[in-house]
Design a binder for this molecule. Structure first.
Ligand code: URA
Length: 215
């Protein structure tokens, strides 16, 4: 079972052996971009099972080859929103398990003058209030872009939000707890902290670069 973190009521860390095994490979500096992408996608797929636990279902009457019976189906419109670039690496794994989800995209960069995160790309499906919205970004570092992304999704109507990441830093989790306490964060690891340049340590380096071989 994933564990709630004692210091952070907004954080669930997956201690599942399969996720921890794959995380060890993805952190490893000798892992190249092809296995890195495959592992990221696989871990995201494994996380979906728990992340979606609270999703609403409704009863339906169906007919099996033997008889009519009651069953349950997902009853809300689900939206997955990766933050570019590296969020894209988790989407395929999520959609493999949950192909009914819609996908929006957010590209966020820091404005050089104000130093505040701004969206350089925002393509979101309409009616984000129609169901759960899952924000996806592998690295939760300072939490600046995650907090901004959540605010953008709220401004577009999202009400029921959660975030999937791979590795979280305490600084980012703390910031989200302060600014968006209702948004649960799901991570494979809570790491020690941040370097001066904002990298998570021990972390895994730049997730986008490692995914696409641009390092
Ligand atoms: N983004 C990354 O890709 N890696 C980090 O360590 C921090 C932010």
């Amino acid at each position: 079972m994933p564990t709630r973190h004692p210091e952070f009521p907004n954080l669930v860390v997956f201690d599942h052996p399969l996720i921890q095994h794959k995380l060890s490979w993805i952190r490893d500096e000798t892992t190249g971009h092809r296995p890195f992408r495959a592992l990221l996608s696989q871990i995201a797929g494994l996380m979906v099972f728990e992340v979606t636990r609270s999703f609403p279902t409704a009863p339906v009457t169906i007919r099996t080859p033997l008889e009519e019976t009651e069953a349950r189906r997902l009853s809300a419109t689900i939206t997955v929103v990766p933050v570019l670039r590296s969020g894209l690496g988790m989407v395929e794994g999520i959609l493999t398990i949950m192909p009914e989800a819609r996908v929006g995209h957010l590209g966020i960069a820091r404005d050089e003058k104000t130093l505040k995160p701004v969206a350089y790309l925002k393509r979101l499906p309409k009616g984000l209030d129609a169901g759960p919205v899952v924000l996806v970004d592998p690295m939760l570092a300072t939490g600046g872009s995650a907090a901004a992304a959540i605010q953008m999704l709220r401004d577009e109507g999202a009400r029921d939000l959660r975030m999937i990441c791979l590795v979280a830093a305490p600084e980012g989790v703390r910031r989200l707890l302060k600014e968006h306490p209702d948004v649960m964060v799901y991570a494979a690891a809570l790491d020690r902290g941040l370097t001066e340049k904002g990298y998570i340590e021990p972390g895994l380096g730049d997730a986008g670069d490692r995914m696409y071989g641009t390092e």
